[in-house]
Design a protein around this ligand. Structure first.
Ligand code: RB5
Length: 150
C-alpha cells in the first residue's frame, strides 16, 4: 500500500502530522504539496493526488484543507475517485468498509493533529467489506460512466 498526500495552507499542519506517522510506520508515500503556509488553491493538490490514486491500484489518498470539503469536491470530479470527508474515527473506518473510499479528506480547522493521525491510520488499515456494498459502489460507478466523458 502506498499513500499520496496533498493539502492547501489550511490543511498543512495535519498533513505534516500524518506524514510523521507514515514515516514512523515505514509506509511509502508521495507528498504532492503544498509545503508552506502561503495561501494556495486546493483544487491543484486535489487533482494531483486524485490522478495518483486512479493511476495506481495500490495507492490511497489523503487530502487536507481547512474543512476537508473543498478539496473533496475537487477530488470527486476525477473519474474513479471516491473521496470522503471524515471528522471522526467511525467515519474513517466506515467509509473504507462500506464505500470503498480511495481518498480521505480532513480539515485542519476542524480536527487536531492527533485526530488526523488516528483517522489516517484507520483509513489505511481498514478493508472494503464487499458483499452488498459492492452493488452500491457499482451504482456510483454507473453514474460516473453515464456522466463523465473521460
Ligand atoms: C482556504 O481558506 C479554505 O477555503 C480551504 O482550505 C478549504 O477549507 C475549502 O474548502
Amino acid at each position: 500500500m502506498k499513500i499520496a498526500l496533498g493539502c492547501d495552507h489550511g490543511g498543512l499542519n495535519i498533513k505534516n502530522a500524518v506524514i510523521e506517522y507514515l514515516k514512523a510506520k515505514n509506509v511509502e508515500f508521495t507528498d504532492f504539496g503544498c509545503y508552506t503556509e502561503e495561501s494556495v488553491d486546493y483544487p491543484l493538490y486535489a487533482y494531483k493526488v486524485a490522478k495518483a490514486v486512479t493511476e495506481n491500484d495500490d495507492t490511497l489518498g489523503i487530502l487536507c484543507c481547512g474543512t476537508g470539503i473543498g478539496i473533496s469536491m475537487a477530488a470527486n470530479k476525477v473519474k474513479g475517485i471516491r473521496a470522503a470527508v471524515c471528522t471522526n474515527e467511525f467515519m474513517a473506518e466506515m467509509t473504507r468498509r462500506h464505500n470503498n473510499s480511495n481518498i480521505i479528506c480532513m480539515g485542519g480547522r476542524i480536527i487536531d493533529e492527533d485526530t488526523a493521525v488516528k483517522l489516517a491510520d484507520l483509513f489505511i488499515n481498514t478493508e472494503f467489506e464487499g458483499d452488498r456494498h459492492t452493488r452500491r459502489v457499482d451504482m456510483i460507478t454507473a453514474i460516473e460512466e453515464e456522466n463523465f466523458s473521460i
